[in-house]
Design a protein around this ligand. Structure first.
Ligand code: TMP
Length: 221
């Protein structure tokens, strides 16, 4: 089976609800955009669950603390990959799937593309291996729609400094974040049906408008 057939099969498993993931490097404003999108969908009468990775559940948040703690710099790349996916397996079974089965719209701030971009393109772990592990954690479930907020790395890291947010991944050097951004663009190029790119350098109102146009178009389809 080629990757587009696999992807069709996986999306077909999600008969109800609508699953959106938001992706991007640090400082793109995607967390604000997730909130704005959720508010807009609620205004339009949708039932919405807004969540994030790593996290979204009590167990997931504990794993998040381990993953992002600045004291854990000795964490091996494989431990990191498996912990992101452990949090994801819990997130999927406890929160995402039940909400989708109830016909809700689920918006997650990061999902499997983050692992391919950060652990794959950033850390250099084999991409096929990551995709296999992601598939185990997600039971092959993929978002119906992914919005990739694209921004140059310098601007992103600068914006994040402004809000005093530092975690273990953000301590990586600029070259790491550049590889992650390039990785995201390659992932998007390979899956143009699912992933739509939005220029995150624009004002947050314009970005929100663009996001809404994409989501509305996709929900009407
Ligand atoms: P954030 O939720 O504040 O964006 O922080 C999560 C950090 O974890 C961010 O630096 C991206 C990173 N990350 C990965 O490296 N791999 C993953 O699979 C996920 C979900 C996040």
């Amino acid at each position: 089976m080629d990757s587009s057939e696999t992807s069709k099969l996986m999306t077909a498993k999600l008969k109800k609800g609508f699953f959106i993931s938001l992706e991007g490097i640090e400082g793109t404003g995607k967390t604000t955009q997730a909130r704005l999108l959720s508010e807009r969908l609620i205004e339009e009468g949708y039932e919405v669950i807004l969540t994030q990775e790593p996290g979204g559940t009590v167990i997931g948040n504990r794993i998040r603390e381990i993953l992002l703690h600045v004291d854990h710099r000795e964490m091996s790349y494989m431990a990191e990959l498996l912990l992101y996916n452990a949090a994801r397996a819990q997130h999927l079974s406890e929160k995402i799937l039940p909400a989708l089965n109830q016909g809700k719209v689920v918006i997650t701030d990061r999902f499997t593309d983050s692992t391919v971009a950060y652990q794959g393109y950033g850390r250099g772990i084999d991409i096929q291996l990551i995709m296999s592990i992601n598939d185990i954690a997600t039971e092959g479930i993929k978002p119906h729609l992914t919005i990739l907020f694209d921004l140059d790395v310098e601007t992103g890291l600068q914006r994040n400094k402004g809000i005093n947010k530092v975690d273990r991944l953000e301590l990586e050097d600029i070259e790491f974040h550049k590889k992650v951004r390039e990785g995201y663009l390659k992932i998007a190029e390979a899956e143009t049906g699912r992933i739509k790119i939005v220029d995150a350098s624009l004002s947050f109102e314009i970005v929100a408008q663009k996001v809404w146009e994409i989501v509305r178009w996709r929900l009407e389809k």
